[in-house]
Every structure is written in C-alpha cells, then in structure tokens.
Design a protein around this ligand. Structure first.
Ligand code: ZN
Ligand code: ZN
Length: 135
C-alpha cells in the first residue's frame, strides 16, 4: 500500500524478491496487446517486474496467432469506429480515431467494460473488452 511506506520501500529497491514470480497477463490496449500486472492491474512498464507493486513476472510472449486473435476481438469491441485496413476510422467523419479522439471516461457494462473517447466531430467511441474474452 502506497500510504504506509511499503510501496516506497518496494519502489526504492525495485523488484519484490520475496513474492514468487507470476505469469504476466496480456490485455488489448488502445493499439495492440499490452502487458498488465495481474496483481495490481497496472501497466507494469517492464516485462520483468511491475514498476508499481514490485511483482516479478514469468513471461509468456503472445504468439503471432494470439496477437491476430486479440486484434479480431478488438475489432468487434470497438463501437463507433471501423477498421479500414490502415486504422480505426470514426463512423461519422472517417478520421483515424487514434489521432482525432480524446479520452472522456470509463464505462462498465454487464457484458463489457472499457474506455470512452470522443472524436473531434463529437461522436462517442467505445473501446471495450468483453468480460468473456481471454484478453
Ligand atoms: Zn503490479
Ligand atoms: Zn469523427
């Protein structure tokens, strides 16, 4: 916990060598698969240990096939924009949402959850994760 000094201590020494390493999780990020610390759910900024909680990882790099599957899944879970073989284009104005959108908040639904972005043209884009997906 960051407020009782434990975090500072772990942060100061880097990895937490007392905890057993656990398998690094991969999740669909805004553009591709990104690592996620299974312990604190943060983006660990390293694949050897988490910069936030010190948890060490066993790395299973996603295979090409897994990356492809994750990308197919992502195409289904973006609402308000469509993949045009180059980028995710806003369904309203056709702009590349990676350039035209800004983040507005989270959504938390029954079957999915994720982030809400708003395009320059005013359209809301939902970038979600299915609760049933392995990603
Ligand atoms: Zn962590
Ligand atoms: Zn737009």
């Amino acid at each position: 916990m960051w407020w009782n000094g434990e975090y500072m201590e772990i942060n100061g020494t880097g990895e937490n060598i007392e905890a057993e390493p656990i398998e690094l999780k991969w999740v669909i990020g805004y553009s591709m698969l990104e690592p996620q610390c299974p312990k604190c759910k943060e983006m660990p900024y390293s694949t050897s240990y988490c910069m936030f909680c010190g948890q060490r990882f066993i790395i299973h790099e996603p295979t090409e096939e897994e990356r492809r599957q994750a990308f197919e899944e992502k195409k289904k879970n973006i609402k308000g924009a469509t993949w045009n073989e180059k980028f995710f284009a806003c369904d309203n104005c056709g702009e590349d949402i990676e350039k035209s959108c800004s983040w507005v908040g989270h959504f938390d639904g029954v079957d999915d959850y994720g982030e809400i972005y708003v395009c320059k043209c005013g359209k809301n884009i939902h970038v979600g994760h299915s609760r049933y997906s392995k990603w």
